[in-house]
Write a protein of this length. Structure first.
Length: 164
């Protein structure tokens, strides 16, 4: 399995959407690449989809282990928001604090849906297919996410020219 720079960047952004922090995203990406390289070359029809599935499953395993082990601290408490896609962020005038506050209030599943919808520009049907969910469920989640963000940041976002 060959990883080009664009695929690694997409996988890193996905890892960041899942983990919510830079160190966690790097660890997830490294673990995923290691596991994917153990597969024989040419064994996969869609290597990026396989890598995403491995990454998601690995994230779920890590999260379950963290919840079962009370002595580990919260790795997300001091995480800073990473500027994921600079050409998109340059066109936004949203303050970094507002983005960080919004990101910290989302759980992993909400970040994952938001990643696919806003960053990867996937349709609800594509997101549902990727997550193994129903299209209506994804549409409802996107609607609730937008409503929640609008309720929390509507005035601040409107003042900065952002349409939620």
């Amino acid at each position: 399995m060959l990883f080009d720079r664009d695929m690694l960047n997409r996988l890193y952004r996905y890892a960041y959407a899942l983990s919510g922090d830079e160190p966690g995203a790097g660890d997830l990406l490294q673990d995923t690449v290691e596991r994917c390289l153990q597969r024989p070359p040419g064994a996969l029809a869609c290597p990026e989809a396989y890598a995403r599935r491995v990454m998601r499953n690995r994230y779920i395993d890590i999260t379950r282990r963290r919840k079962a082990s009370p002595e580990t601290g919260d790795a997300h408490a001091d995480a800073e928001l990473l500027a994921i896609d600079t050409h998109c962020l340059e066109s936004l005038t949203v303050s970094r604090d507002m983005l960080q506050q919004a990101w910290s209030r989302l759980d992993a599943f909400e970040r994952e849906i938001l990643y696919y919808w806003a960053v990867e520009d996937m349709t609800a049907a594509q997101i549902a297919s990727t997550l193994g969910s129903r299209r209506g469920t994804v549409l409802a989640r996107i609607h609730r996410l937008r409503a929640r963000l609008r309720a929390e940041f509507g005035d601040d976002a409107a003042a900065q020219g952002v349409k939620l």
